[in-house]
Design a protein around this ligand. Structure first.
Ligand SMILES: [Zn+2]
Length: 147
């Protein structure tokens, strides 16, 4: 159970803010984006290998649900309240489109942080999860897994 304790200490607290702000989930300092949506290979601060954390289109379903709810709600509200034509309802839904674009980066960073926190690496969960124990620098040595 000592392994679980040290691993839990290393993962203390989901790095929500680090993810939402595009920071490394381990050191919470280095920027993980090279451009709007591309994730860097390694954290420039601590060297965490982020290639295993490529979330790809993972945030898209969440963005569609959130922005779709906002856009459909705004458009429907405008049509119902003001007896507006369809083009005006579509125009009223435009902020939802802007919100969708604005949500891409924070949600992608958040998914990288959650992958790191829950050890759900792209390569089957092994290496990215091991990076947590390697970077933990805990006071007790961590015995190897499955051994
Ligand atoms: Zn880092």
């Amino acid at each position: 159970m000592r392994t679980d304790d040290s691993a839990a200490a290393a993962r203390a607290g989901v790095p929500w803010l680090a993810g939402l702000t595009g920071r490394c989930p381990r050191c919470r300092q280095g920027r993980i984006f090279t451009d709007w949506t591309r994730i860097t290979d390694d954290c420039p601060n601590c060297g965490l290998d982020l290639r295993q954390a490529d979330v790809g289109d993972g945030p898209v379903p969440f963005i569609i649900m959130i922005a779709g709810f906002l856009g459909a709600g705004l458009g429907t509200w405008v049509m119902m309240m003001f007896d507006a034509p369809v083009w005006l309802a579509l125009l009223a839904a435009l902020p939802a489109l802007l919100a969708a674009v604005a949500m891409i980066r924070p949600l992608k960073g958040l998914l990288v942080s959650l992958q790191y926190h829950y050890r759900a690496g792209d390569s089957g969960g092994g290496d990215f999860g091991d990076a947590i124990a390697d970077g933990a620098s805990s006071s007790s040595s961590t015995p190897p897994k499955n051994g």
